[in-house]
Design a protein around this ligand. Sequence first.
Ligand SMILES: Cc1cc2nc3c(=O)[nH]c(=O)nc-3n(C[C@H](O)[C@H](O)[C@H](O)COP(=O)(O)O)c2cc1C
Length: 223
Amino acid sequence: MQLVIFNGSPRGKNSNSEVIIQWLIEGLQQEADNPIDLLYLNKTQNHQSYISRIQASDTALIVFPLYTDCMPGIVMAFFEALEPLRKSLSGLKLGFVVHSGFPEAHQSRFVEKYLQWLAEELDAKYMGTVIMGSSEGIRSMSSSMTKKKRKLFNQLGNSLLLENQFNVEIVKKIAGREKMSNFAAQCFSILSKTGITNYYWNSQLKKNKVYQDRFAKPYSERH
Ligand SMILES: Cc1cc2nc3c(=O)[nH]c(=O)nc-3n(C[C@H](O)[C@H](O)[C@H](O)COP(=O)(O)O)c2cc1C
């Protein structure tokens, strides 16, 4: 298998996407030493050269975080750069991993539809989209906290190697619950009133010195 994996996180090597990719690679390399190309979409100056890499591969995986219910801008820019390859990648198997901060798989089902359409436009064989919620923080969690997810992605990588496609049962396990139960949603709503649920995000805003702009509405302001 000539496999290329794209990391679509703006955080590049320091991302949760990278952790997921390394789990996949562990599974992919269990049986044989597969040559794997790992490329970073945050290096936007390289997008043109990535096009020839995708053309030379028989399998491509694109892993990215959900950003505002869709893909990060760098991933969209890469998809747009693929326009000249429309209807020309019939030899390519193309799969995606979309992960998000919030736990519900449901919110990523909309971008999943787009990804299926994209594969069809390229004439590639669509392997499917793996969806995982609650990904924020996995890069800083202890190995015991991520053990379950790591095992599932190891199994997914291994099944890709052996079956040349995503294993449907593993994909289902990774997605988990489509929506929170009513009880969990009510608990979350009560918890959010205490400010705990915003704690991490507020600390990130402060760290990046934009806390005071957190309610900014640049598109609704008149100039
Ligand atoms: C600008 C921005 C937008 C985001 N939008 C969403 C979103 O719509 N839904 C969600 O569940 N998580 C959202 N997240 C959370 C990321 O999907 C999550 O933190 C992810 O683990 C980041 O992965 P990375 O480290 O690979 O970039 C957003 C994060 C950022 C920075």
